[in-house]
Design a protein around this ligand. Structure first.
Ligand code: FES
Length: 157
């Protein structure tokens, strides 16, 4: 069955539309509503948004995959995003990536079998002065070492 917004989310959607000159311009906040309602945005969520905004599902999916901040179906409860941009790379972020991969036994773009953790490489997290940095859900962790990563992951387990 296709995804539908609850009455409350539909009201929010209608309210959001009043802030934009046309439906297409409301694409990003409408994707956020899907994430809030269902926990993540999948192809069915894209279809819902496409229907609401009179866009093609392919266009919506293209926008969704351009941005890294939307939760996707495969993400774990703890979504680990490791910055792989220059300043972090110079401060050994790739070593952090390898450490997390080994510790959780997953590759980039995968989720642990229990669904708890997923791992991604992302672009600059705007924390270059405290590189290397990672983001887990809404929280930042900076000046990382493999030992600090162990403590962070153990605390989340
Ligand atoms: S380069 Fe990693 S936070 Fe900016």
């Amino acid at each position: 069955m296709s995804k539908q917004f609850s009455k409350e989310k539909m009201d929010e959607y209608e309210e959001i539309l009043t802030h934009f000159p046309n439906k297409k311009a409301a694409l990003l906040p409408t994707l956020r509503l899907v994430e809030e309602e269902f926990g993540y945005v999948d192809t069915e969520g894209c279809k819902l948004v496409a229907d609401l905004l009179d866009l093609s599902p392919a266009y919506v999916y293209g926008v969704l995959t351009f941005y890294t901040h939307y939760n996707r179906e495969w993400h774990g409860r703890y979504r680990i995003m490791v910055c792989a941009t220059l300043m972090c790379a110079l401060k050994d972020s790739l070593e952090i990536v390898e450490h997390i991969k080994k510790k959780l036994n997953i590759e980039i773009g995968e989720r642990t079998a229990d669904g708890k953790f997923s791992l991604e490489k992302v672009e600059c997290l705007a924390s270059c002065g405290t590189a290397p940095a990672i983001q887990i859900n809404e929280d930042y962790y900076e000046n990382l070492t493999p030992e600090k990563v162990d403590k962070i992951l153990n605390d989340l387990k």
